[in-house]
Write a protein that binds this ligand. Structure first.
Ligand code: PG9
Length: 634
């Protein structure tokens, strides 16, 4: 009898939730403590949005709402896209709300990718519809129809749902008190599908998700056969597959000819009004709710979004509670506790996701939705990916930390804060038929390259089409923090080129292997990718103004890399790599200027000899770089 009791107690505990894991909303704990209801909520223009509500059964208290608006099927499984709240939030007690956004799954209306924000919010204006107005109307309905509630609403979401959380901020409903955009999309020309004008080709599989209007109200028809035309292939090596596919136009002809989102990308190769009006950043003014933006340093999909949503709010709303959390995570990994927190081959510590959920996220919502003012969050809660410790700062980028300039010397020597004595130039021949692989591992038909952002670069540094510069072993720890700028002087025999810059942490030869090292890779001499950026050179004078290069004419090309916080430890070396292909993560630049690379022919792809002048530099840290002007479209 005693064993039976123990066994049933253990079963109940396990089905509660394992802390840190994303619980299933149908878990025993949820069934015991929450009751579920489903609604079609009418917006100001009459369109009804499908909404699921989990209400705590204990009606003796008044709870706040916690809402997640999603394009990934609110009634679907609790994958991180729908993102049920952490077990710590569920245990605290909230009225949980999950809603299909307009035109998705069980909601009525027509879907629009990154629906442009319309300034203002007049509930009587049935034409001015955007994500902010749909959120406003939903909140109005919740406050009136779901009782008891304490009159306050919070929002959260990861990735596209993170965008919907950010899109609720302009002219927000007064009851919206706390918003956490997590890995939010800010602008599809800089998030997910593009990096500084170059196209993320290995992402091609993602088009199935948004490229087809739903045919009926049921999710079964949602993935039309067309949507799976590309995804269903069994591809072992994405590099070979994409190379054999040839120019991007072949993808249009063979797979995506009826995909409206793919055709939007093909028809708008430059940063024109189509993309500019979908950029949420200029609308983040008059932000009243408290905001906690969350991102992962190794997020291959949305790193631009969290960093620049935080910076835009900080710049336009200096009095708003505005927090940034950046951890050692790939896309959405803070929602999934795996115990040993690793990214690809690198081990960062134990239960980092649980620490975030328990000490940071629970505290943010508790403070602003339940008056649990147990402790004030710092402005920036940032994980140092080199020292592997959390740091807190009054602002981001941090003030008072050193900035550095890296110089390129002969024999591949990288000097720090010491200009190169001789002003020589460095050249390589870039061949789009033999592009530099973006990963040392074979990635199949990858939906998103999740592992490469801390990957080993030893295979690249051996290539003749990769310029590699490496410092002497450091005599002391060096903290690289904040924004990075590449200021290049280049020349080429072709008339267009991409520039990939990589900042790399080179481990000493005697570095021990990690205990938890699933791939048993040798860590001595490991060349860890810390930060990368790809810049499509045609956009050097503006992303809406592509220009060819004049062959053999020295030309300035300057662009920002995303922020970092990384301590390069004593005994390690700092490495910079420069090259012009990175495949199939980035589509190949023909290197002969054509108006639209998505329509380039095979014959347009040519070899080009590229020269990087010794006067080029990489600047790390510092107060302000082109990045802010780029973001604010100065
Ligand atoms: N931002 C991610 C994504 C966008 C578009 C297509 C596929 C993925 C995300 O929502 O996960």
């Amino acid at each position: 009898m005693k064993n039976l009791l123990l066994l049933s107690f253990a079963f109940i505990c396990c089905s509660f939730f394992s802390f840190g894991q994303t619980p299933k909303t149908d878990s025993l704990y949820m069934q015991m403590n929450y009751s579920k209801s489903e609604h079609l909520i009418a917006m100001r223009d009459g369109i009804k949005l499908y909404t699921i509500i989990y209400t705590p059964k204990d009606t003796s208290k008044k709870y706040p709402f916690l809402m997640n608006r999603t394009c990934y099927n609110a009634s679907g499984n609790d994958n991180y896209k729908v993102r049920t709240p952490s077990p710590f939030l569920i245990q605290e007690g909230y009225i949980l709300v999950f809603q299909d956004v307009r035109g998705r799954y069980m909601s009525e209306g027509v879907f629009d990718n990154m629906r442009p924000n319309i300034p203002g919010n007049n509930p009587k204006d049935k034409k001015a519809i955007d994500e902010s107005s749909d959120t406003w109307d939903t909140i109005e309905w919740l406050l009136k129809n779901v009782k008891p509630n304490n009159g306050r609403v919070g929002m959260f979401g990861i990735s596209y749902p993170g965008h919907y959380a950010a899109a609720a901020l302009p002219d927000a409903h007064p009851a919206l008190k706390a918003v956490s955009p997590q890995a939010p999309i800010a602008d599809f020309f800089f998030d997910d599908f593009h990096h500084m004008g170059a196209f993320l080709q290995s992402y091609t599989a993602a088009f199935a998700v948004f490229g087809y209007h739903k045919t009926t109200q049921t999710k079964e028809n949602w993935y039309a056969e067309a949507a799976n035309r590309f995804r269903k292939q069994k591809i072992a090596d994405g590099y070979d597959f994409h190379l054999k596919m040839g120019p991007l136009k072949n993808f249009t002809e063979e797979y995506h000819y009826d995909n409206f989102f793919w055709n939007q990308i093909v028809d708008h190769p430059n940063y024109d009004s189509f993309w500019q009006e979908r950029n949420i950043l200029p609308h983040l003014r008059n932000v009243k709710p408290a905001v906690m933006t969350v991102g992962g340093w190794f997020d291959a999909e949305d790193l631009y979004g969290p960093l620049n949503i935080y910076k835009s709010i900080e710049r336009n709303n200096p009095k708003t509670v505005n927090t940034l959390v950046m951890g050692p995570w790939a896309h959405g990994d803070w929602a999934r506790e795996r115990g040993k927190s690793t990214h690809n081959h690198i081990y960062f510590g134990d239960s980092i996701a649980t620490f975030y959920q328990k000490e940071i996220e629970r505290n943010f919502f508790g403070t602003h939705l339940k008056d649990q003012t147990n402790k004030k969050l710092p402005e920036a809660y940032i994980f140092d990916t080199g020292s592997k410790k959390w740091e807190t700062f009054e602002t981001w980028p941090p003030k008072g930390l050193p900035s550095y300039t890296l110089y390129f010397n002969s024999k591949g020597v990288l000097s720090i804060n010491k200009p190169a004595s001789e002003k020589e130039s460095f050249e390589y021949t870039s061949d789009p038929m033999k592009p530099v692989p973006y990963t040392s591992q074979t990635e199949g038909l990858t939906f998103t390259p999740r592992r490469f952002m801390s990957d080993d670069q030893r295979q690249a540094s051996k290539r003749p089409d990769v310029l590699t510069f490496e410092s002497e072993p450091l005599t002391e720890d060096m903290v690289f923090s904040g924004e990075i700028m590449a200021r290049l002087q280049v020349a080429m025999t072709g008339t267009d080129a991409d520039f990939i810059i990589k900042l790399i942490d080179v481990y000493p030869q005697d570095h021990p292997n990690y205990d938890h090292n699933p791939s048993n890779i040798i860590m001595g001499g490991y060349q860890q990718l810390v930060r990368h950026e790809t810049f499509r050179g045609r956009f050097r004078n503006g992303f809406d103004k592509p220009e060819p290069f004049v062959p053999n004419e020295v030309t300035k090309v300057e662009f920002p890399l995303q922020d970092i916080l990384h301590t390069f430890k004593k005994g390690h070396r700092i490495m910079i790599q420069i090259h012009s292909t990175w495949f199939p993560y980035i589509d190949r630049n023909p290197q002969k200027y054509v108006d639209n690379i998505y329509k380039a022919e095979a014959a347009d792809f040519i070899k080009s000899t590229i020269t990087i002048s010794g006067t080029s530099v990489i600047e790390i840290g510092g107060e302000k770089t082109l990045l802010s002007d780029l973001i604010f479209q100065k």
